[in-house]
Design a protein around this ligand. Structure first.
Ligand code: TYD
Length: 209
């Protein structure tokens, strides 16, 4: 079972993922968590190039291919082999981040991105995608105040982040079977419970034996 967490910056994915993995484990499943960009030795090196504040000249097309290069690596090195062993894979971001940020955010043609993503992921689509939806200004101010790592990609203007959020909502509305929208403006405890509730619909507790 392949589950992805998506959402705009400051939606609290990274804060929630550990608790959700713990919940899945308590249901009797083996689970691993991964994050993008990064998550492999090669992917972490690519992540550094993407995030460096001084790489201001990076063209959106370059950025897409770097995100996608890191993703191709984690799909083949980590995600697919674990899914084949029956392990639940819970990923902080996946291909939908590229559609939301590069497609809706930077207005790169969505059909072209979908073709690139099909190649990069080898056709692997999540079984469930949890969208942590939060008001853009609230999300960005959370990120500032939590003292989280601030990088080149956070530095874009508000309108960009608004397009990303709306893009996510459009993707979710177009495929409601795969996507579940979670209100991430609620308290962290409420958000965690809503995530667990959504996961429960596709992972029945395993009898222990
Ligand atoms: P990160 O510090 O991991 O932030 P977060 O905790 O919000 O996930 O930075 C990831 C940034 O990269 C984030 O701003 C989203 C962006 N991103 C893309 O633009 N395209 C992509 O395909 C991916 C995976 C991430």
């Amino acid at each position: 079972m392949f589950i992805t967490l998506e959402g705009p910056d400051g939606s609290g994915k990274s804060m929630q993922i550990g608790g959700l993995a713990e919940f899945i484990r308590s249901q009797g499943y083996e689970v691993i968590t991964t994050r993008e960009p990064g998550g492999t030795a090669i992917g972490d090196q690519i992540r550094e190039v993407i995030m460096r504040m001084d790489n201001k000249a990076m063209h959106p097309r370059t950025e897409i291919l770097l995100f996608c290069a890191a993703r191709a690596q984690i799909v083949s090195e980590v995600i697919k082999p674990n899914l084949e062993k029956g392990v639940v894979v819970l990923s902080d971001r996946y291909a939908d981040s590229t559609l939301a940020y590069q497609g809706y955010g930077h207005r790169i043609d969505l059909d072209i991105l979908r073709r690139i993503l099909a190649f990069v992921t080898d056709g692997l689509t999540p079984d469930l995608t949890l969208l942590l939806d939060v008001d853009v200004e609230k999300g960005l101010s959370r990120r500032h105040s939590s003292g989280g790592e601030w990088n080149r990609l956070d530095d874009y203007e508000l309108a960009f982040h608004q397009r990303v959020r709306n893009g996510y909502l459009e993707l979710a509305a177009a495929d409601p079977k795969r996507w579940k929208v979670i209100d991430a403006g609620n308290s962290p405890q409420q958000v965690q419970l809503a995530l667990q509730e959504a996961v429960r619909t596709i992972l029945k507790p395993k009898p222990r034996g």
